[in-house]
Design a protein around this ligand. Structure first.
Ligand code: SF4
Length: 182
């Protein structure tokens, strides 16, 4: 019998939520028995090759590539989970939402900050860079999200419990002790 398929991605984020996922430790061996992975940094599959049952999203939407990837996840995954504060409310990258404009944000990041060394005073301008969006959006403002797993990063036990529940056809009902907000 074919196994449920899981896909994961990291948008505007620090990869800490994926690190927390790996903190399920030796349960990863059980997970490999329970599911197959498709597009994910875990197996390094870069594009969807089949429809997936569960998509796990780390990070918010800060640029055109993040937007495109999130839309692809919604199209290819039956259930979509926002994993961690960056996916749920933008997290640290969303601190730039307080700036008046993208121009002032880039100026502060690449020209004016005390730690910046930028002798030629150049702003990033390579045409291959994805277009930066006007602000950082939480995932649910871009696509429908089915479940939210809070934390920075969410505890491994929370991720494990949620996956096991969904794989058994149950709703996610995590114990409060598995929540982590710092
Ligand atoms: Fe990193 Fe925390 Fe954002 Fe996860 S929620 S990507 S751990 S900053």
């Amino acid at each position: 019998m074919s196994k449920p398929i899981v896909a994961t991605t990291a948008l505007a984020s620090c990869f800490g939520c994926h690190m927390s996922f790996l903190d399920i430790d030796d349960r990863i061996l059980q997970l490999i028995d329970l599911v197959d992975f498709n597009k994910s940094p875990i197996d390094d599959i870069k594009t969807f090759t089949k429809k997936c049952d569960i998509g796990i999203i780390e990070g918010g939407v800060a640029n055109s590539e993040n937007y495109h990837v999130l839309k692809e996840f919604r199209k290819n995954c039956k259930i979509l989970i926002s994993l961690g504060e960056c996916a749920i409310m933008g997290g640290l990258p969303a601190m730039r939402n307080n700036k008046d404009s993208i121009e002032s944000c880039l100026k502060e990041a690449y020209q004016d900050s005390p730690s910046t060394i930028n002798k030629n005073n150049i702003l990033p301008n390579d045409e291959e860079l994805p277009m930066i969006l006007d602000k950082v959006y939480p995932c649910h403002e871009v696509v429908k999200i089915d479940y939210f797993l809070p934390g920075c990063a969410p505890r491994a036990d929370l991720i494990w419990d949620a996956l096991v529940a969904l794989l058994n056809g149950k709703e996610i009902d995590p114990e409060y002790k598995t929540y982590k907000f710092d």
